[in-house]
Design a protein around this ligand. Structure first.
Ligand code: SAM
Length: 285
């Protein structure tokens, strides 16, 4: 008779719950003193981090998609006045209504506390990039993101230009802050264990868009184009979008060799090239 997979054997929603108590302590300690801070926890699950955060955070907002887990957490923290459990999808939750200025109120955002919030989460792997992009979009409300992701993703987030790990995720992450990998956790730190190692990444938000002198969305679109085919040279990735003469002139102005690959360029250099391409419209055929 075929074996029926139990819930524990068939994780849904990326549910790999942290079972290593000392790792939970290390993650929460990496946030520093949160006694005066608002903390946003993404995917609290069974509350491995939530219980520790609730002890010290001034205010804790936890967003959990799983209805049953959210209900259990609400019961668990019913008496904790500093904890708010929201059943919802972090990809569609209205961050403005949580952190933004309240209509009719002269107070600045984030209620009584104008300080940005700290984000922490053992992220569901299946939507890691989407969550990061959404947090970047709302970065005005946050100063630190402390996220547990697949180790390979962590390595890409912190990779420096020139290395083989450096790619679109590295460039976009580093556009919004300073990333560093804090520690690695093996699969048996979780229940059920995932197939891969995990790593905790700290991203201190510091927006580099203004320093780079580029408009945000067009520059991100340009980065996507630069990295569209990783094995190809920058010239080959860009030639479908710009006339050769324009591209050649811009590369000369920005002092970028046509034969390089996008992964070798710093963000400053890529921005210089983008600026040198100026008002030229991207014309993809
Ligand atoms: N924080 C807990 C821990 O460390 O044990 C659980 C981490 S588990 C890897 C990811 C959690 O995110 C699960 O509880 C899952 O239900 C929740 N989740 C998955 N997708 C979500 C989404 N779109 N929005 C909010 N939570 C989500």
């Amino acid at each position: 008779m075929p074996k029926v997979a139990s819930r524990a054997e068939k994780p849904k929603l990326g549910q790999h719950f942290l079972s290593d108590a000392s790792a939970a302590v290390n993650i929460v300690e990496a946030l520093g003193d949160i006694s005066q801070e608002t903390v946003l926890e993404i995917g609290p699950g069974r509350g491995a981090l939530t219980s520790l955060l609730a002890r010290t955070a001034r205010r804790l907002i936890a967003i959990e998609l799983d209805r049953v887990l959210a209900a259990q957490l609400r019961m668990k923290f019913a008496l904790a006045e500093n904890v708010e459990v929201i059943e919802g999808d972090v990809l569609s939750i209205d961050f403005d209504s949580i952190f933004g200025p309240k209509p009719g109120s002269s107070r600045p955002g984030i209620e009584f506390n104008p300080r940005p919030a700290k984000v922490v989460g053992n992220l569901p792997f299946y939507i890691t990039s989407d969550i990061l992009l959404r947090l970047f979009e709302y970065r005005r409300y946050f100063d630190v993101l402390l996220v547990m992701v697949q180790r390979e993703v962590a390595d890409r987030m912190v990779a420096k230009p020139g290395g083989s790990e450096y790619g679109l995720l590295s460039a976009t992450t580093q556009l919004y802050g300073k990333a560093r990998r804090l520690f690695v956790l093996p699969p048996d730190s979780f229940s059920p264990p995932p197939k891969v190692h995990s790593a905790v990444v700290e991203l201190r938000i510091s927006d580099r868009i203004a320093d780079l002198g580029v408009p945000e969305q067009p520059f991100i679109d340009f980065l996507k184009l630069c990295f569209s085919q990783k094995r190809k040279t920058l010239w080959n990735n860009l030639k479908s979008a710009y006339p050769p003469a324009v591209l050649q002139a811009a590369m000369e102005t920005a002092v970028v060799k046509p034969s390089v690959r996008a992964e070798t360029l710093t963000l400053e250099k890529t921005a210089a090239l983008f600026r040198a391409l100026g008002a030229t419209l991207i014309s993809r055929n």
